[in-house]
Design a protein around this ligand. Structure first.
Ligand code: SAH
Length: 258
């Protein structure tokens, strides 16, 4: 099908998917960080049911599967990501325990009430909103089950205007760590652990692979405005991180349902 037959929105959407399909992770994180977050969770057995919400192509899901027992369902909005996810699971011989499905986290989740032992979500809960996600998803967890989510957070009470404005226009729910912990407690979880994900989760594991993908993408779509805008925004995000990383980052929040 020629691009002429597609709406601009469709083309835009496909390009964004294609761009992010070329990188192993679609957000900041690392295998070490996933394993560290997992070390706070002590209830898993081979019978456990785990959901990874907003799993992307499954970079962190495969690490989870290699380091925890149980069945994992990865869910993401983008079918292309789920196709890559299921291909990766097969390549790693994990297809009997790890399955990717397409779905939206803003709808009712496709799990029975009180059926999950763990909900995982790296760099993705912002799509529903951290506080709403904690509240909505609790119904799917058994009592004593865990949630582990990484979320953009302020490290300080005061910040330069440039970075405050950037985040307030992109994700106004960004907040300080004590406020995020309080939201977790108010949603009915024991806040078990909180840690800031290290800088290399951004630089080495996210921005560096993205930079390579950007060069390839610009070569493949010369003069394409959507591609140029997408890459401009990506590069701006990396520059802002470099300039203001003392003031914000991603924080892992691990909670246990009471
Ligand atoms: N967890 C992955 C991906 C993080 S990027 C990683 O750490 O690499 C955020 C992910 O959320 C993307 O894969 C995006 O497709 C997905 N997403 C966005 N909106 C969503 C929604 N409404 N429901 C489910 N997934 C969604």
């Amino acid at each position: 099908m020629s691009n002429k037959n597609k709406t601009i929105h469709e083309f835009d959407f496909n390009l964004i998917c294609e761009y992010f399909s070329n990188v192993e992770r679609q957000g900041p994180g690392s295998p070490e960080t996933t394993i560290k977050a997992l070390s706070f969770i002590d209830n898993l057995t081979e019978e456990s049911c785990i959901a990874d919400i907003g799993c992307g192509t499954g970079g962190q899901t495969m690490i989870l599967a290699q380091n925890a027992p149980g069945k994992i369902t990865g869910m993401d909005l983008f079918p292309d990501f789920i196709n890559i996810f299921n291909r990766n699971a097969k390549q790693l011989s994990l297809q009997n325990r790890v399955k990717g499905i397409v779905g939206s986290m803003t709808d009712a989740l496709p799990f029975e009430k009180e059926s999950l032992d763990l909900i995982w979500s790296e760099g993705a809960i912002y799509n529903i909103g951290y506080e709403k996600g904690l509240n909505e998803w609790k119904q799917y967890l058994k009592t004593g089950a865990y949630i582990a989510a990484s979320e953009a957070s302020w490290f300080t009470d005061d910040r330069p205007d440039e970075i405050t404005d950037f985040w307030l226009s992109n994700y106004p729910e960004i907040d300080t760590i004590p406020n995020k912990v309080a939201q977790m407690q108010n949603a009915g979880y024991i806040p078990v652990a909180t840690f800031i994900i290290p800088e290399n989760c951004w630089t080495e594991h996210f921005f560096a692979p993205c930079q390579k993908a950007q060069v390839e993408f610009l070569k493949k779509y010369p003069g394409n405005q959507i591609v140029e805008d997408l890459i401009f925004n990506q590069r701006r995000e990396a520059e802002l991180y470099d300039k203001y990383k003392a003031f914000y980052g991603y924080v892992f929040y691990i909670g246990k349902k009471i």
